[in-house]
Write a protein that binds this ligand. Structure first.
Ligand SMILES: *[C@@H]1O[C@H](CO)[C@@H](O)[C@H](O)[C@H]1NC(C)=O
Ligand SMILES: *[C@@H]1O[C@H](CO)[C@@H](O)[C@H](O)[C@H]1NC(C)=O
Ligand SMILES: *[C@@H]1O[C@H](CO)[C@@H](O)[C@H](O)[C@H]1NC(C)=O
Ligand SMILES: *[C@@H]1O[C@H](CO)[C@@H](O)[C@H](O)[C@H]1NC(C)=O
Length: 371
């Protein structure tokens, strides 16, 4: 009964927000994991990288073959950014360390090394969201350890990690609680940023040459001022028209917002409550891949939301993303290698039939890839 009601509401909402029948379509493209996060599209091999934070999973969804491979490291992992010079060299956040791992995105893991460890004063804190900028520097943030869904405030930092500052990353912001979504505008002179508990998306002036942001910020969007939406802002991305796509953890949706006016343009409901992050991908960069979580759902809620924890592909949005920047802080695995690997799985093919009828699965034998 509840599930039917949920489906109906989702359908109603989806219908209400699509202005015509060519509106967005939502496809479940992977089986669920507990806490999918940090999607990054690598157009060099048509791979969507993402993580399953608490299982230490680094996942590679191969768009061309619709298959998924996973490697698991020893700890919490996020984010994952492939390197500029070598697509098989990944920069990964492992607990509060930046590690370099060679992985062919399938079966073979090569050398691994710890490049740096941050936030000694908060031993249980960990990396959270992070991206590379246009020059390949890493802008990665941290958060305090979560216990019983509570994160202690002020134990996070927002770091900038450059080739010159690998050992001692630059602190961009301190007193952060949950360092999250970030995106640069097309002109590359603004940085959008989220510290989740503030419920705000803020804009900084960004100087790409110096690698600095302004001390002042402007609030672009405040979830508190929009009673029609719920949850807290988590990951985000931007399209080529500088519209932001903000994922609402607890809010069951991705929202599209004009970054200059803050106007709420669209609400895209998903069959998951905790929507974690989004990235444009696909050969034309016109598919919005969205990661979700089921880690905070009760057993009953998991039955109601069987696809929670999956990656979804939103198509026919009528928008395109900008290519994600790759990392350029090391050329190879530099130091004395260590073994951080726990396990490796795949390739797996996602087959539907989990009872979730309001999503369709991708059909690779059809032109365009989906239905
Ligand atoms: C990451 O943290 C977990 C929990 O504290 C710990 O068990 C694990 O060994 C850590 N991983 C590394 C590589 O230090
Ligand atoms: C943005 O500015 C406000 C007001 O000065 C400040 O309280 C807040 O910490 C700033 N946010 C970030 C992420 O720096
Ligand atoms: C965002 O709003 C500004 C001001 O109204 C407008 O000029 C701009 O075209 C809008 N952006 C998009 C992508 O519609
Ligand atoms: C996928 O598409 C092909 C070509 O249209 C069709 O023959 C096949 O039945 C479809 N498979 C599924 C599972 O829908």
């Amino acid at each position: 009964m509840f599930f039917r009601a949920f489906l109906y509401l989702t359908w109603l909402l989806a219908t209400a927000i699509s202005t015509h029948f060519d509106g967005p379509s939502i496809t479940q493209v992977t089986a669920p994991v507990d806490h999918a996060e940090g999607p990054h599209w690598d157009g060099r091999h048509n791979i969507l990288y993402y993580v399953d934070i608490h299982s230490g999973g680094v996942l590679a969804y191969h768009y061309n073959t619709n298959t998924l491979s996973r490697m698991h490291l020893n700890g919490d992992v996020t984010p994952v950014i492939p390197s500029r010079k070598d697509p098989h060299l990944l920069l990964v956040g492992l607990n509060r360390s930046v590690v370099a791992v060679e992985w062919d995105a399938k079966q073979k893991v090569g050398s691994q090394a710890v490049l740096t460890t941050v936030s000694e004063q908060f031993p249980l804190s960990r990396f959270n969201d992070g991206k590379a900028d246009k020059r390949g520097r890493l802008w990665w943030g941290t958060m305090g350890v979560e216990t019983n869904l509570v994160v202690p405030p002020g134990q996070g930092f927002f770091y900038e990690i450059t080739r010159e500052h690998i050992e001692n990353p630059i602190i961009i912001r301190k007193d952060v609680s949950i360092s999250n979504g970030l995106a640069w505008n097309k002109a590359n002179n603004k940085l959008y940023y989220i510290d989740t508990p503030t419920l705000k998306v803020v804009e900084f002036d960004y100087d790409d040459e110096k690698g600095t942001i302004s001390s002042e910020n402007r609030t672009v969007f405040d979830v508190n001022e929009h009673p029609s939406i719920a949850g807290a802002p988590d990951g985000m991305t931007i399209d080529e028209d500088d519209n932001l796509y903000i994922c609402l953890y607890g809010g069951g949706a991705v929202i599209k917002v004009n970054s200059s006016t803050g106007k709420l343009l669209q609400v895209i409901a998903l069959p998951a409550r905790d929507v974690t992050s989004a990235a444009f991908g696909g050969p034309k960069l016109d598919i919005l891949f969205v990661t979700t979580s089921r880690v905070s759902l009760t057993p009953k809620e998991r039955l109601q939301l069987p696809a929670a924890g999956s990656v979804f592909a939103i198509e026919r949005l009528g928008a395109r993303g900008l290519p994600a920047f790759t990392a350029d802080i090391v050329d190879s695995v530099p130091k004395k290698p260590v073994n951080l690997l726990e396990n490796i799985f795949g390739p797996e093919i996602f087959t539907p039939g989990n009872g979730n009828k309001n999503v369709v699965t991708r059909n690779t034998s059809e032109p365009g890839g989906s239905k």
